[in-house]
Each structure stands twice: as C-alpha cells, then as structure tokens.
Design a protein around this ligand. Sequence first.
Ligand SMILES: C[S@@+](CC[C@H](N)C(=O)[O-])C[C@H]1O[C@@H](n2cnc3c(N)ncnc32)[C@H](O)[C@@H]1O
Length: 361
Amino acid sequence: MSTLLEIIRHEIHKSGVLPFARFMELALYCPDSGYYETKKDIGRRGDFYTSVSAGELFGQFLACQFAEWLEPLRSAKCGVRIVEAGAHDGKLAADILNWLQLKRPKLFGQIEYGIVEPSARRQEWQHETLKDFAPRVRWSSDIQAMVGRDSVEPKFHGIIFSNELLDAFPVHRFGWDAKNKTWFEWGVAVAGDKFIWAKIPTPHSAFCTPQLEAVLPDGYTIETSPAAENWWREAAGVLARGKLLAIDYGLTDDEMFSPARTRGTLRAYFRHHATDDLLANPGDQDLTAHVNFSAIQKAGEDAGLKTEFFGSQTKFLVEILAQAEKNNSLGEWNASRARQFQTLTHPEHLGRAFRVLVQTR
Ligand SMILES: C[S@@+](CC[C@H](N)C(=O)[O-])C[C@H]1O[C@@H](n2cnc3c(N)ncnc32)[C@H](O)[C@@H]1O
C-alpha cells in the first residue's frame, strides 16, 4: 500500500471519520505523494487544460496589464513588486517576465517578482524554469514571510495574483437533509480496501436563507473553502497599495444555489476526464471545486479593498486587448496567437467558466 493511502487510513482510524477537506488536503499536498507534489505536468500534458498550457499569450496579456497597473507605483520608495501564488512549475512567471523584459525593459529592471510557494519541491521546479531570471525572482513560503513577519501595517506595493490557486484549496463538503431540515458534513471512512462517504453531524446551518432551504432537494450538496477565504484575507492584509487579482473558475453565491446544481461543484480530473469518483486514486487525480467568488470578494472588502472588476476571463482579456491595441504593446498577431486567444476567450473553452476578480487599495 502506498504511503499516502497508509496516512489517510491512519488518520481515519484515529478520528473515525475524516472531514473531506482533510482527505483533499492529503490527496493534493501530502509531502512526497500528494498530487501537486508529484505531478509537475498539469495543463495540456497533464490531467486538465489551463490558460497557461494554451501557450504564452495568457502570460503576455497579464504582463501587459501589470505594466499599466505598475506604472503609477513606480516612484514609490518601496519599489514595485509582482507576487504570484500557486506558480506550480513557473511557466506563467516565465511568460510574464519574458514579455516585460522584451517590451518594458526599464520597468523590468525595477521589478521584483516574488513567488509564494510552501512546497520545497515545487520551488525547485520553479527555480529550474526561471533560471534565466534569477536576479529578479525571490521566493518565500507564505505571503507574510514575503513582506516581513513583524510588519504591523500593510506595506506591500504592487500586484499579488494567482491563476487557479483558489480552486486548489481544500473544501468542506456539506449535504442537506431535507427530512430533518439540517445540514451535515460529508466525511470519509474506510470499508475494506475502499474509501467511502460518511456523514458527520454539523452545527452549521447558515449556508443559505430558510426560504431557500425550504425548497432544496434532499442531498443538495455545496462546498465551502475557509482556506481560500483565509488566504485572500491574508493577502489583502499585506497590500498597502496596488491590486489583488484572482483568475479561477467559480460562481457567485446565487449561482452556487442554483436548483440545477444539486451535487455541488467538486470534481476529480484524471487524464482530461472529469470523474465523480472523488475518493478513488488519492494522489493520482486532481480534486477541485468552483471558487465562491462572493465569499472571496467579501473577504477582500472586509479587509478594506475595493472591488474594481469582477467578470469573465473573456471580458478581462478583451479589455486588455483594446488597451494594448492602442499602443501596439502586444505586437504582431499570427495564426498561433489567434488560436490561443480563441481558446482563452471562447465561451465554450476557457472564456466563460473562468472569472477574474480584481480588488484594489
Ligand atoms: C492548479 S495549480 C496552478 C496552476 C498554475 N498557476 C497555472 O496557471 O498553470 C495550483 C497550484 O497552487 C499550489 N498551492 C496550493 N496551496 C498553495 C499555497 N497556500 N500557496 C501557494 N501555492 C499553493 C499548488 O501546489 C499548485 O501548484
């Protein structure tokens, strides 16, 4: 039996039933055997498509936008910085830095590119991808460490961003018991050599209004991600001036509670196929749930940030394109770039499902 299976079984043995969030955390991040610790190739060559794996155009668009955003911050005494979290193999960072070096050499010379990365193994992958940019890149294991642990006031000037980070945080999974009018949490237990679902009674009851609860079908499922909200809150807390940006697939509160979405949004991905067998093959399949953008937006606003943009990836990229066309900063178009743009913006590809939240201070 693999170490990961042994660890999960051991934790279930200790607690009786393991909350799904802990199962997901181990399946994705267990040192040495979690999915994101061992699968360097995600995207086109991995189990699911990402905007980064479509090609370098996505990074070029972001770089183009970042350059505009950083311009007014350039004179700040603290210098300007871009911080990426969830950089995985560093490919997106390389695309962004390449473009800045080529198109905005002066700005490139002033920028520090920070990568927030808790995993030593993924830092190694990123070091390898970014070796040509070594003097410009700095790593730290969490966002507080990036700005200095003893700072009381927010002091980061620049841009903190992530692409498909929030959907990779562990989620709690809750079900509605229509007969008893209560919510319960889904946990994981063991039966023979398999993991099975088990209910955990929960005091939680405030996922939606009583009026909505009255019409929810039995077994209606939702997920919450306190880990994603905490991450956003912490990032908002260190931002003194600049932007906090997330690109991810997700929904608003209202959309989460659509009567058509009775089984939640949690999915497993294995070799480009979505599977509903979430407990199978821990460590070998990706587990991911839609981001609740209403909750993330609120976490930022509660921390004093202003929401500047929330919309589809299509709208976000088209606005960047319109701006870039004016000053010709994206350069010449060819067939490959046009194909990439279509993949990134077509509603049936990545354009509609992916959304962008920009908050500012
Ligand atoms: C879906 S992948 C991101 C893919 C990448 N950003 C891209 O665009 O191709 C999610 C990444 O977030 C990382 N991650 C998870 N929790 C993190 C955290 N607290 N801080 C930084 N990265 C984290 C995962 O290990 C994984 O590499």
